[in-house]
Design a binder for this molecule. Sequence first.
Ligand SMILES: [Zn+2]
Length: 448
Amino acid sequence: MKKVCIFALMLLAGFSQAQTIVQKDSQIQAMLDQVSDKNIEALVRKLVSFQTRHTLSDTLSTKTGIGAARNWIKLELEKYALASGGRLQVRFDAFTQAPDGRRVTSPTVLKNVLAVLPGTDPMDTRVFIVSGHYDSRASDVMDAKIFAPGANDDASGTAVAMELARVMSTQKFNATLIFVAMVGEEQGLYGATNLAKRAKEEKWNVAGMITNDIVGNSYGIETDLKDNRSVRIFSEGVSPVETTAQAALRGNIGSENDGGARQFARYLKEVGERYVDQLDVKLIFRKDRYLRGGDHTPFSQQGFSAIRITEMNENFTRQHQNVRKENGIEYGDTPDFVDYAYTQKVARMNLSALANLALAPQEPQQVRVLTSELTNKTTLKWQAPQGEKPAGYFVLMRETSNSLWERKFYVNTTEINLNYSKDNYFFGVQSVDAEGHESLVVLPTPGR
Ligand SMILES: [Zn+2]
């Protein structure tokens, strides 16, 4: 089985661009089959049943408000932890948010809910975070009492993270996965800001962070577009904490379209479309939509590769609105308007890419393009990562004017010589194991 997979992957290098071999791993496929639209719907409806999950809402009631909601999320994740044989570790990430003079009026204890699935390879330090935000709001961002169902924004994303925790925690991965229900997004990205800072301070090796925010609507009202195939991934090209030396290197090699977030986004598209039928992943090369923000941004501000997943067509009569009917239009973010089969596809896209990454060896190290002499060829060299040894490596190539990788070369050495000029193409290298699980792509830096 293993040999057949690699053979198929090796063939890929010799094929023209028009031909594609789709190679699915049975372990990942089995997990995808378990992702259930019925479960996702039940999770969304349960979250809506708390009436409001406003960050400043009641914490004492057992039936309504953010306190009841976060306790229920924790209990639900603990059920999955039990089914995982205790490997999934569930806890609150609690902190006191100081008043900001804007959307938080007094010191408030906020709680993210985390479910951590530790990696099984002690030499593999990678952490992948997948999240949605469980807080909600209505028209007035400060109204902590009014009905604020937040079914699509963002019970849908929270349900994706929870459903992945349920399915993935029964499996073993090299890398660590953290499933998060984030708090305080609507008040100023406070939950994500706190968690990102903590990740930085505690030196977590966050190799990729995903926020699923607004991933359940397939109908855009003004444009009258029904689209249950397309989903957007927002990614920035250049890290906001790039150093002067990194900026100089970027200027020299022209890598403004190849920052960590963008590599991560490309990876999600390639693997997501490999595993999920009838899905078009649209890479949006900017960090977010106009006038809006999301939980990926605090992570990118700490230097992590963080991206946002959002439906293709947003319905603004449903987001951040009091539930009401006005001039025949139904406003409000209620669960009947969520397309659960669509959210299931988004969940499967998340799962396929995260599983493929977490099962893969780590990225190759010290990836260099040799620039010691003038030549019309290219030599790349790198070193094997720590932990699980790759079966081989894919060397990826594309025109500098194109955004997606176009050719793949397979080698089982740590060097390649190509009859293409390094001056005219972008190259990248990724580790791959015998089953075809690929690591993230590393861009070479000039070296000798
Ligand atoms: Zn949101």
